[in-house]
Design a protein around this ligand. Structure first.
Ligand code: 2HA
Ligand code: ZN
Length: 274
């Protein structure tokens, strides 16, 4: 038995490799974090080493105090995670204030958790408030979604509506819509605050000219959400490449009908007349 046989560790590694195979993780692009369950902490405890030094997170997440996370390492390549997870990822523990972390496993050749740790943890905190079941925060450099941030207005309602129109499954997969953050310097507290504000309302936040954050209960749902949004963006890029206008599309009335049959609530703010 090794830590690599533990189910959530396998799920974490598989998501990294799936993202790499999608082409969303050039070089060291993207990062992933997982908020571990109590029983999972106990499951991996035999494999944890003497704690490293406490280091500042760079923000404060008091409602995540004493929690454990598996996260990708700063500067590490998603491409390598499946080959050497102990080099590319780590398990960290937060202190009793939610202001510092220490490494308990992984990053065996040195390094620190993802440069986006403040955004990840602030998103986890917001999502945990909303619903204890949220455990995964995933950031990827999704090509088509990024392309759209150069040509669509950076408004939540425009991105949501345009992405919904591209595939009938979309309003069912992300009925709350998607949020958009204008270009900001990555890695710091400001972009973390802006993103976590959007995560109060949405499971998806798009960073203009950079990528996407997705959140979900487990690896399948979170990867599936990222994949669905990015696929929809790819269709939109193709449509806009063929023609500046659509000859036909899914209409607001169609969406309202769909909402009834599929039992989802679609906010009228996204069903505006164009
Ligand atoms: O390189 O994606 O946003 C990691 C990142 C930073
Ligand atoms: Zn990034």
């Amino acid at each position: 038995m090794s830590i690599l046989d533990v189910k959530f560790v396998q799920g974490f590694i598989r998501l990294c490799n799936d993202g790499w195979q999608q082409g969303w993780h050039e070089r060291n692009g993207g990062n992933l974090s997982y908020r571990m369950k109590d029983e999972e902490v106990e499951e991996v405890r035999p494999f944890l080493h003497e704690p490293g030094e406490w280091k500042e997170i760079g923000t404060s997440v008091p409602d995540l105090a004493n929690e454990y996370f598996m996260v990708t390492g700063s500067g590490k390549y998603f491409r390598n995670v499946i080959l050497d997870p102990e080099d590319s990822t780590c398990i960290i523990e937060l202190d009793d204030k939610g202001e510092n972390y220490r490494i308990l496993w992984g990053l065996v050749n040195g390094g620190r958790p993802t440069s986006e740790l403040p955004s990840h943890l602030m998103n986890h905190e917001v999502k945990k408030h909303k619903n204890e079941n949220y455990r995964v925060i995933y950031h990827a450099h999704t090509t088509n979604t990024i392309a759209l941030t150069f040509v669509l207005p950076l408004k939540d309602e425009v991105f949501t509506r345009e992405l919904w129109e591209m595939a009938t499954e979309c309003p069912v997969v992300f009925p709350d819509g998607v949020g958009v953050v204008s270009w900001m310097v990555p890695g710091g507290r400001d972009i973390a605050i802006a993103t976590s504000e959007l995560m109060k309302k949405y499971d998806v936040a798009i960073w203009a000219h950079h990528g996407m954050f997705a959140s979900g209960y487990d690896f399948d749902l979170t990867f599936g959400l990222m994949h669905t949004v990015e696929k929809s963006a790819e269709i939109l890029v193709k449509v806009m490449s063929m023609s500046p206008t659509k000859l036909q599309t899914i209409t607001p009335k169609n969406f309202r009908d769909l909402a009834v049959d599929f039992n989802v609530k679609l906010s009228e703010e996204f069903l505006y007349e164009k």
